[in-house]
Each structure stands twice: as structure tokens, then as C-alpha cells.
Ligand binder design. Structure first.
Ligand SMILES: NC(=O)C1=CN([C@@H]2O[C@H](COP(=O)(O)OP(=O)(O)OC[C@H]3O[C@@H](n4cnc5c(N)ncnc54)[C@H](OP(=O)(O)O)[C@@H]3O)[C@@H](O)[C@H]2O)C=CC1
Ligand SMILES: O=C1OC[C@@H](O)[C@H](O)[C@H]1O
Length: 401
């Protein structure tokens, strides 16, 4: 269902950015450049930037000058470049958003940092753990901001669920299950997600299943991946691209019962989920996480794009009664979450993320942040699952391995 969500979020962005676009930007607005003309730019950066008074998309770069110029014209971006390096050489640009294929993330984020730019980097952070460690090292050396764009974590709904889980009101966590699927046939065979040489694979693309698990458990990498089973995409010569991945991970968590100290977490990512009876897409399989606690089970439906639609269902194990919540802004449900009075019900996950990114670059404490250490642990976990599955970890375009 991920692709359907993606389409819906594009419409959502179109509608709200039209109504709330900021005509005159602040004189100290952050000038950003965009590396690539990827599909996701529209929702993840162009539209959020339109409604942010302190962000100007100053330039866009493509491998092809005409593609870049056409895109610049379409979105009213002042400058375009026919190479990524040329954009990085533009002295007016303070920060870049990188939406290149996964395998190119590390190479170009390193180049951007070396040219003195802050970086908002699409997920997955890098192709593997080694790259992640290297990238973070460069960012620290340069003293620049580097953020993995796990946009969903910035939305008040995520903070609300985190609050419920961490409150202890439902007891310790016993088990989690996170799932993300997209119907078979919706991602074309030519897509970057199916290419091993661009660090493709369902788990790389749908790393949200690991991100959500780790976020709500408040943990780094798992102690062990006890099982991992990949369904291999048959059309890539490498034989190493997972069109689907199912795995079981064991985490040591302070939220686990004292007796075991561990939580068992299942994850499932699938870029080619079969329709029911060949025709009915599984729309009920929006990216979701189930968190079974001692007293209740918490189900967060559509944690990935909660701005579009979501609900949180808490089912009491004793009575079987379910209480349902929605959380489109920080003050909803009467439980104040991190954003306080900031934010609007129409803000997307990407808009919240941009708000935090600008705060951090400008030296203000962001309301939420994905630390570089957390991104390293995310890549460590992804590698562990790939190794266990037998497919082996991915590698990056700039990497000799
Ligand atoms: N946060 C989110 O919600 C989402 C994040 N993503 C992430 O964003 C990134 C981009 O995804 P998506 O928008 O689907 O990507 P696209 O396939 O739409 O675009 C990728 C872009 O990368 C550039 N590129 C450079 N080298 C290559 C190459 N060898 N093959 C193909 N493209 C190349 C191209 O730009 P050009 O030709 O202009 O140089 C191309 O437009 C991925 O890392 C993905 O994981 C994707 C979707 C949602
Ligand atoms: O990050 C993403 O979110 C939405 C999905 O459709 C997409 O495949 C993935 O890249």
C-alpha cells in the first residue's frame, strides 16, 4: 500500500501548500540545493519548503542539464545545474537535500559535507554500516548537521504513541510486529529499488519497519537476528535483491519485562505483495506497528504518513475493549506532546522534519532529532538482517569492498 500512500500524500501536499505557501521568505532563510530530480522531491522538500518561511530552494541538480532546468522551471527554483558537483560548488547554498538512489547516499553526502554544506539525507542513511560510520565521522570533523530523513518520527502522532508506550500504563513490552507492503505491480521493474548496484531491496526501501521497532523500544541494534527470510527479486542478475523480507529480531530493552530483559520483534517488508484473489490490494496493510504490552496491545495504523490518515487502537487484554485515538497535532487527545503549540494539523511528516532541520542548522534545539548514532544503529540492524538472510549487506557506489 506504500505507493498508494505516496500518491495520497502528494495530493495532500499539493492542496495544503497551495493554501499556506509563504510568499515572502525571511531575509535569513536557509538556502538549500536539491541533488537529483527524484520523484520524492515534491512531497519531501519542494512542498514543505513552500510553507516554511525560513527555507528557499535555491538550486536543483541533475545528471542532465535539461532535466534540471525543466524541473527548476516547473517549481520556480532560481538555479539549475547539470551535475551534482556543480551544485555543491555553489557558495550561496548552505544545505542540501539528497534524494539520490540508496547506493549513492554516502558518496554524495560526504562530497556535500566536504564542500561545507549541511545535509538532509534520504533514508536509508547509507548502503551499509561501514559507510554510515564513515559518513558520521566526516560530519563530525566538519562540524556540520547531517540528518537521515526518517520523517515519520517528527510527527506528533509518533510522539503520542511513544508517550503511551513509555508511560508504563500498559506494562512492559512483550513483542512487536511492524509491517510495510506495496501491491505487486505498482513498482516498475526498472525502479531503483530493484537494483543491487544502487543498494536496492525491500528492507533498504522499507527500513521503516526497523525504524519504528527501534523507535518505540528505545533501542539501538538488536542483540540477535534469530531468523531472516528473503524472497528474491528474480530479475536482477545479482540474485541479492529482496523483493520481500521477513525477520525476527531480539532486542535488549529497558521496556522489556525484568525476567527476560528482552523483546522479540518481527518485521515484514514487501515491495510485491500479492493482491487478494489477484485483484484486491491490501489497503488494510498501511505501514503499521503492533506493540504488545503486558496489559494491552497498541496498534499504530499508518505510522509512516500519519498526516494523511492514521489511528492508534489500544486493546485491553483483560476486557477486550478498544480505545481509539487520532493525533494530528501536538495537543490532540489532551496529552501534550513534544511540539507543544507549534505545528498545524495540515503539516506533513516532511514539514515537521524540515522545521526541525532548520532549527538545528540555525543552532536552536530541535523538537525531535534522529541522531547520527541512531542512523548508524539503523544501518547496523539492516546489515544484520541481510547477513542472516544470506543475501549479504549492500554496498555503496563510492565504496571498494
Ligand atoms: N522519505 C520518503 O518518504 C521517501 C524516500 N525515498 C528515498 O528517496 C530516494 C529516491 O527515491 P525515488 O524518489 O523513488 O527515486 P527516483 O527513482 O524517482 O529518482 C532517483 C533520482 O536519482 C538520480 N539518479 C542518479 N543516478 C541514478 C541512476 N543510476 N539510476 C536512477 N536514478 C539515478 C536521478 O536524478 P537525475 O536524473 O536528475 O540526476 C533520479 O531522478 C531513495 O533513497 C528512497 O529510499 C523515496 C520515496 C519516499
Ligand atoms: O520511503 C518510502 O516511503 C514510501 C514508499 O512508497 C517508498 O517506496 C519508500 O521509498
Amino acid at each position: 500500500m506504500a505507493m498508494i500512500l505516496q500518491l495520497s500524500t502528494f495530493l495532500h501536499q499539493f492542496w495544503y501548500a497551495r493554501q499556506h505557501a509563504v510568499a515572502v521568505k525571511s531575509p535569513i532563510a536557509l538556502r538549500m540545493g536539491v541533488l537529483s530530480t527524484a520523484m520524492i522531491n515534491y512531497a519531501a522538500i519542494f512542498k514543505p519548503a513552500q510553507t516554511h518561511p525560513d527555507v528557499i530552494i535555491h538550486a536543483i541538480a541533475s545528471r542532465d542539464a535539461k532535466t534540471a532546468a525543466d524541473e527548476a522551471k516547473k517549481y520556480g527554483i532560481p538555479k539549475s545545474y547539470g551535475s551534482y558537483q556543480a551544485l555543491l560548488d555553489d557558495q550561496e547554498i548552505e544545505a542540501v537535500y539528497i534524494s539520490l538512489p540508496n547506493g549513492m547516499h554516502c558518496e554524495w553526502a560526504v562530497k556535500a559535507l566536504q564542500r561545507g554544506k549541511h545535509v538532509l539525507l534520504e533514508k536509508p542513511f547509507t548502503s551499509n554500516l561501514e559507510e554510515a560510520i564513515e559518513l558520521v565521522k566526516v560530519a563530525k570533523e566538519k562540524g556540520l548537521i547531517l540528518l537521515e530523513a526518517f520523517h515519520w518520527q517528527f510527527h506528533p502522532a509518533a510522539h503520542f504513541v511513544d508517550h503511551l508506550v513509555a508511560s508504563g500504563r500498559y506494562g512492559k513490552i512483550l513483542r512487536t510486529y511492524s509491517r510495510m507492503t506495496t501491491p505487486a505491480g505498482t513498482i516498475p521493474a526498472s525502479d531503483i529499488r530493484y537494483k543491487y548496484d544502487l543498494a536496492g531491496g525491500s528492507l533498504m526501501d522499507m527500513g521503516y519497519v526497523i525504524s519504528s521497532t527501534r523507535f518505540f523500544l528505545g533501542v539501538g541494534a538488536p542483540e540477535e537476528v534469530t531468523s531472516a527470510r528473503a524472497r528474491v527479486w528474480p530479475h536482477d542478475v545479482s540474485g541479492k535483491v529482496d523483493e520481500a523480507m521477513e525477520a525476527t529480531l531480539t532486542f535488549r530493552s529497558p521496556m522489556a519485562p525484568k525476567s527476560s530483559g528482552k523483546v522479540v520483534s518481527e518485521i515484514y517488508s514487501d515491495m510485491r505483495r500479492e493482491n487478494v484473489g489477484w485483484v484486491i490490494p491490501r489497503f488494510w496493510e498501511m505501514p503499521s506497528i503492533e506493540i504488545e504490552c503486558e496489559k494491552a496491545t497498541i496498534y499504530f495504523f499508518n505510522f509512516m504518513m500519519p498526516h494523511f490518515y492514521h489511528y492508534v487502537a489500544v486493546t485491553d487484554k483483560k476486557t477486550g475493549k478498544t480505545e481509539t485515538f487520532k493525533h494530528y497535532r501536538a495537543s490532540d487527545s489532551g496529552i501534550p506532546t513534544k511540539w507543544g503549540s507549534r505545528g498545524e494539523a495540515w503539516w506533513s511528516t516532511y514539514r515537521y522534519q524540515l522545521e526541525a532541520f532548520v532549527d538545528k542548522v540555525r543552532g536552536r534545539e530541535p523538537v525531535h532529532w534522529v541522531s547520527n548514532e541512531d542512523s548508524v544503529d539503523q544501518m547496523r540492524t539492516i546489515d544484520m538482517v541481510y547477513e542472516k538472510s544470506g543475501l549479504g549487506k549492500r554496498r555503496g557506489t563510492g565504496q571498494v569492498m
